[in-house]
Design a protein around this ligand. Sequence first.
Ligand code: HEC
Length: 188
Amino acid sequence: MRLAKLIQPKAIVLITAVSILITACADEAAKPDAVAAEKPAAAQVEITAGTFGRLSDMTKVRHFFIGNLLGNLEATIAVAESKTGGVYPPGSVVQLVPTEVMVKHPQGWNAATRDWEFFELDVSADGSTIRNRGFVDVVNKFGGNCLDCHIKARKEWDLICELDHGCDPIPISRKQIAEIQDSDPRCT
Ligand code: HEC
């Protein structure tokens, strides 16, 4: 009886440690390609927290990540890689860091944002939750409004800032951005 009492707490610690190890991204390699689900071109872009996954499951172009929720990834890549700009196709998803997303809706969603919707996410090993979406009051962690800054990109860049498209700068270097990208905590 005494011995059992002594062993019990240790056993609990061990079990907890093992279960933490098991839940920590055990299944990374088996991630299905669910982000780019095929839908008809005219479909509305339905976006929930489950829409968003790890940056490393998206397509990397230079220093940022892209996808397309309507199965039109090639068209999104073509605009992202264009040296002269262009209009991102509906369904395009663009991310620089795990917690901030731009999604392109079909033409006519909102002319003032050129059909872009902005998202601020909370991310953890359990996945993503949407903290804020839209454009009116979606701000980054430095308090800047996404649209107010991104709208300054010259017309041909379709609200994509990079370093020289006309937006105000953000106070983090490309090196810091790469570190944030590498530390995406999401498992799926
Ligand atoms: C003060 C201006 C400013 C604000 C506010 C801002 N951004 Fe940006 N954003 C930038 C700049 C500049 C870059 C390019 C950084 C680089 O390439 O190193 C960028 C990059 C991005 C990119 C990658 C594509 C691109 O435009 O280069 C996405 C996606 C993005 N931001 C989303 C957001 C979202 C979502 C918010 C709000 C939650 C936001 N940004 C707020 C200036 C801003």
